[in-house]
Ligand binder design. Structure first.
Ligand SMILES: NC(=O)c1ccc[n+]([C@@H]2O[C@H](COP(=O)([O-])OP(=O)(O)OC[C@H]3O[C@@H](n4cnc5c(N)ncnc54)[C@H](OP(=O)(O)O)[C@@H]3O)[C@@H](O)[C@H]2O)c1
Length: 301
């Protein structure tokens, strides 16, 4: 049996689909019965509850061969770092309580650093916490910036005719599709081919600048002149608050963007066949175009 935290989310849902298609036994974890039903219909077991409840989580982890662990984001937490620590501790304690032996942990580029990377500092802390667990084999997947983050540009494109964030437009950095992360999660949960505490980078298909990425996405949605704009940090913070994020989380996102601009997220390990993943920005453009199209239909209705 394999347990999946965040099973209705970006990565958890895709990993669950892959595992169920392979005939694996999967226990999906989330707070909403309805959102987990799609997997129950395909043979998964579902457990509904909050990962901050350690006893609930230890029950969800009972008799499992491996766990996919992640700290689900909570954009409304008044103190995001405190929230990450609370959830991180609960996950680590539940792993110990349930005597789990294999954990695939969702982490990030920059997780080796203790400061300057915004929310990724919480993933650093979680790596350290899991590394302290004796007798548990842990694989930290240090993922690059998700391609799916680019979907956040859709409201901006619709309202202002531009794409943008606090990250420099001309800077090349690693961007990865969540479907490729999910494939790695599924593979390592099944193979359990890691021992002790290991780290694996997932760097996407190639390094990309946001100027280039937005150019590809713009052409796909029939907006060939779509431009990427870098916002000043204070303006970017205000913009994130306007779309509903807390001030605390908005500041952390902008700190992470500044960290990307300073090259903090560049790994020292070279790109290899192992850390390169298949989905290109050109392929992801299809996902982006479908999401953009849906907003056009909504506007027209
Ligand atoms: N975005 C990036 O570029 C990037 C890069 C590297 C790493 N990361 C890390 O990736 C993770 C996010 O992954 P994702 O995008 O797959 O997440 P996601 O799509 O936000 O999914 C999280 C899922 O967890 C569930 N959930 C939320 N709070 C919960 C709680 N308290 N108890 C139980 N379930 C809960 C939610 O479902 P319900 O609401 O139904 O419960 C949701 O479907 C974060 O840890 C982030 O730091 C992100």
């Amino acid at each position: 049996m394999l347990a999946i935290i965040g099973a209705s989310g970006n990565i958890g849902s895709k990993a669950t689909e892959i595992l169920l298609a392979k005939g694996e036994k999967v226990r999906v974890i989330g707070r909403d019965t309805f959102r987990l039903q799609q997997f129950v219909r395909k043979g998964a077991e579902s457990v509904v509850g909050d990962v901050k409840d350690t006893d609930f989580l230890a029950g969800a982890f009972s008799d499992v061969d491996a766990v996919f662990a992640m700290i689900p984001p909570n954009y409304t937490a008044p103190d995001f770092r405190a929230y990450q620590n609370e959830i991180g501790r609960s996950i680590a304690n539940a792993i110990t309580k349930a005597k789990v032996k294999y954990v695939v942990n969702l982490s990030s580029q920059g997780a080796e650093l203790t400061t300057g990377t915004g929310p990724v500092v919480g993933l650093h802390d979680q790596e350290e916490r899991l590394n302290r667990l004796v007798g548990v084999n842990v694989l930290h997947l240090r993922c690059a910036y998700f391609m799916e983050n680019l979907l956040m540009n859709i409201p901006l494109i619709n309202e202002k005719g531009i794409a943008g964030s606090a990250i420099r437009g001309d800077l090349k950095f690693s961007i990865v599709a969540t479907k490729d992360i999910a494939a790695e999660v599924a593979e390592h949960l099944v193979k359990r081919d890691f021992k002790g505490k290991e780290v694996k980078d997932l760097l996407g298909q190639r390094a990309l600048s946001l100027d280039e990425a937005i150019g590809v996405l713009g052409r796909k949605i029939g907006w060939p002149d779509l431009k990427y704009v870098q916002f000043p940090y204070d303006e970017a913070t205000k913009g994130l608050v306007e779309i509903g994020l807390t001030l605390d989380f908005s500041k952390l996102i902008v700190e992470m963007s500044a960290g990307i601009n300073k090259g903090l997220f560049g790994v020292n390990r070279p790109r290899t066949a192992e850390n390169t993943t298949p989905t290109s920005i050109e392929e992801f453009a299809g996902v982006f175009a479908a999401a953009f199209e849906a907003t056009q239909l909504k506007k027209a209705a």
